[in-house]
Design a protein around this ligand. Structure first.
Ligand SMILES: [Mn+2]
Length: 233
């Protein structure tokens, strides 16, 4: 009997070979599993288009994939209508994303990619886990209404309202952390409120980083794949 796993991955950032290898050679993703992607598919790494293509392929092949929106997808979408945001998006990795589409013209990006970006969810709740790209704003009247913070917030972990969260655990990315810190956050089974699973795939130069992480929520297993797309230069 195959048990249904629930796998979360965040911050792929254009590293499609790393993403594929993690799923196919480490996680061994099966169609009975559920995959939760926490955003930042694009920018910085070499093949943002390839990452989205691979996700669309997985869905077409019958895999269950839930996709959340990261701040980089937010920037790409906003770049269509806002020149200032487009400038800051390009500085923050957008140039390599446009290169992966083979054109500097945003309007030449095919519609299916805009559809993908527009369909992304801000958060998802499953089996006692709250999944979100960056985190939650606990100063908001309802943390699940402030979608801007869900994509962008940092430094919120000490403001968690335990009464509101109850026994749920927040899984997020957005802020790169060392592999050991992710492992350590799983050592305790009681009192854990938040787990950052962004192992800094693109941040090759930072000690303890440069890995893509997959977290199985059903058994707390972690899988790591070192970056296969970018060279340390
Ligand atoms: Mn991010």
């Amino acid at each position: 009997m195959s048990s249904k796993r629930k796998i979360a991955i965040s911050d792929i950032h254009g590293c499609v070979q790393t993403f594929k290898t993690l799923l196919e050679d480490k996680v061994y993703l099966d169609t009975s599993d559920e995959l939760f992607l926490l955003g930042d598919y694009i920018d910085r790494g070499p093949d943002s288009k390839g990452v989205i293509d691979y996700i669309l392929q997985l869905k077409a092949r019958g895999f269950t994939v839930h996709c959340l929106k990261g701040n980089h997808e937010d920037m790409m979408l906003a770049s269509l209508h806002n020149f200032k945001i487009r400038e800051s998006w390009e500085i923050n990795g957008g140039i390599t994303t446009l290169q992966s589409f083979g054109s500097e013209e945003l309007h030449k990006v095919p519609q299916r990619y805009w559809d993908f970006l527009n369909d992304l969810e801000y958060y998802r709740e499953t089996d006692g886990f709250l999944l979100v790209h960056a985190g939650l704003n606990f100063n908001a009247i309802d943390p699940l209404i402030d979608v801007q913070s869900m994509m962008w917030i940092r430094g919120w972990e000490n403001e968690i309202d335990s009464d509101w969260l109850r026994n749920r655990v927040i899984i997020h990315g957005h802020t790169p952390v060392e592999m050991d810190r992710i492992r350590n956050s799983l050592k305790y089974t009681i009192g854990v409120q938040v787990i950052d699973i962004d192992a800094g795939c693109y941040a090759l130069h930072r000690p303890g980083m440069g890995n893509l992480c997959a977290f199985d929520m059903t058994n707390k297993q972690l899988y790591f794949c070192p970056n296969l797309d970018m060279r340390w230069s």
